[in-house]
Design a protein around this ligand. Structure first.
Ligand code: CDP
Length: 248
C-alpha cells in the first residue's frame, strides 16, 4: 500500500506488512494553524503545544531563517538559486536567531516563499516534523504536533486532525505587531508596519504556489475582538473534542 493510500484512509491506517499480516500504524495527531501576519497564530500554537503536550513548529521561522541566510550572503531573495541554497543551509540553531523577527527579514521571507523550489525544499522538513514529532523537554513523548503557517492545512498536512484559520482585522494585527516589535526594543512606526503587512498579506495570498488560504474544512477564529486567553479557550475546546474523538 502506498503512503498516499494510507493517508486517504484516515487517522488510523492498517497497512499489510511484508509477511501479509495486518499491522496497525498510528499517525501522529496534527493540529494545523494558518493565518495572515500577526493574527495571533504563533502565540496560540505555542500555548496549545504546552497545554496538550504537542511538539510545535513555527513554519514561518523556516522561511525567515532562509531569508536571513540569503540577506547575509548579500543575495537577492527573489533569486531561486540563492534562496534554495539558503533553505538547504538552515540549521536548528538558525531558527533561534533573534534577527528573524526583523521586518526586513519578514519582507524577504515573503518574497522567497513564492518560489516553488524553496517551498518544495521546506515542505519535506515540515512533513517530517508532522510524521515524527520530536521528543519534548524532559524526555516527554509528544501527543502530536501543532504547526503554524500559511499552507499547513491546505498543502503541508491536508489530513491534519484539526485545522484552524486564525485571522483579525489589518489594523488590529498591525497594532499587535508594533507592540511586539517595541517590546523587543525595535523601533516600529504603526503606518509603516501596517503598509508592510498589507503588502506581505497580498503577496502571500496571491502567489501561485500554496497561497495563504483557509482549508475548506478549517474552523476560522476571528481574533479581532478577543484576547489571547479567549482564543486559547476556543481552540482548546476544538482540540479536546478532536482528541476525544480519536480516543487520545
Ligand atoms: O509572524 P508572521 O505571521 O508575521 O510571519 P511568519 O509566520 O513568520 O511568516 C513569514 C513569511 O513566511 C510569511 O509572510 C510567508 O510569506 C512565509 N510563510 C509561508 O509562505 N508559508 C508558511 N507556512 C509560513 C510562512
Amino acid at each position: 500500500m502506498t503512503a498516499r493510500g494510507n493517508r486517504d484512509r484516515g487517522h488510523l491506517a492498517r497497512p499489510r506488512d511484508a509477511g501479509g499480516t495486518l499491522a496497525v500504524r498510528v499517525r501522529p495527531f496534527v493540529v494545523a494553524i494558518d493565518g495572515p501576519a500577526a493574527s495571533g497564530k504563533g502565540t496560540l500554537a505555542r500555548c496549545l503545544a504546552e497545554r496538550f503536550s504537542f511538539a510545535h513548529l513555527d513554519s514561518g521561522k523556516l522561511y525567515r531563517a532562509t531569508a536571513l541566510l540569503v540577506l547575509a550572503a548579500g543575495a537577492d531573495p527573489a533569486d531561486p538559486d540563492a534562496a534554495v541554497a539558503g533553505a538547504r543551509r538552515i540549521s536548528p540553531a538558525a531558527l533561534g536567531d533573534p534577527r528573524l523577527t526583523s521586518e526586513a527579514v519578514a519582507r524577504a521571507s515573503s518574497i522567497l516563499s513564492a518560489l516553488p523550489a524553496v517551498r518544495a525544499e521546506l515542505l519535506t522538513m515540515q512533513r517530517d516534523f508532522a510524521a515524527h514529532p520530536p521528543v519534548l523537554a524532559g524526555d516527554v513523548t509528544p501527543r502530536g504536533a501543532v504547526i503554524d503557517g500559511r499552507d499547513i492545512g491546505t498543502v503541508v498536512c491536508p489530513d491534519a486532525a484539526v485545522k484552524l484559520f486564525v485571522t483579525a482585522s489589518p489594523a488590529m494585527r498591525a497594532e499587535r505587531r508594533v507592540k511586539e516589535l517595541r517590546e523587543r526594543g525595535a523601533p516600529a512606526i504603526y503606518g509603516d508596519v501596517l503598509r508592510d503587512m498589507k503588502e506581505r498579506d497580498a503577496r502571500d495570498s496571491l502567489r501561485r504556489v500554496a497561497p495563504l488560504a483557509a482549508a475548506p474544512d478549517a474552523v476560522t477564529i476571528d481574533t479581532t475582538g478577543l484576547d489571547a486567553g479567549q482564543v486559547f479557550e476556543q481552540a482548546s475546546d476544538i482540540i479536546a473534542r478532536a482528541l476525544a474523538a480519536h480516543r487520545l
